[in-house]
Design a protein around this ligand. Structure first.
Ligand code: FES
Length: 153
């Protein structure tokens, strides 16, 4: 007897639903799967990234690529001794987006020395953990921030 999967959308559902409803269903299934692997904090930062985008007149920025080829760019603007604006861009995976987003939240308002001391481990703890195969996403985010801070005048 064929196994019935509860994690599927039937064709009957597809024909009776609008495009938006079908998209919501698919998104719901994806999030359900993501929740098995990632913490609520990772999912929140992936779904609604904070500080996303390049800063045109940033005081410093750096782009770095990780071992997987994904790239993060981080932009920093200072107001006195503090990081007043920080933004990121990336072509990376969900965990990369979550790492860069969370790291920019952690660094904003700090002085460069404090921000430089944020470790990959602290970032992973802030995110409520990461699967081992994605811990390098945290390394990439931290290294990119440090690279940007090293370029500050
Ligand atoms: Fe490589 Fe996220 S940076 S998978």
């Amino acid at each position: 007897m064929a196994e019935k999967f509860s994690n599927t959308i039937s064709m009957r559902d597809v024909y009776m639903k609008s495009d938006d409803e079908i998209f919501d269903d698919i998104e719901g299934l994806v999030l359900k799967d993501a929740a098995k692997l990632y913490s609520p904090t990772v999912i929140e930062h992936f779904n609604s990234p904070h500080n996303f985008g390049a800063i045109e007149d940033a005081h410093a920025n750096t782009f770095m690529s990780g071992i997987c080829g994904d790239t993060i760019g981080i932009f920093v603007t200072m107001a006195g001794e503090k990081i007043s604006e920080i933004g990121f861009v990336t072509n990376g995976c969900g965990p990369t987006i979550a790492c860069a987003s969370a790291l920019t939240c952690m660094a904003k308002g700090k002085n460069p020395d404090e921000a430089r001391k944020i470790s990959s481990q602290q970032l992973i703890e802030f995110l409520g953990g990461l699967p081992i195969e994605h811990t390098h996403c945290a390394d990439l985010a931290v290294n990119t921030l440090r690279g940007t801070l090293a370029k500050l005048p």
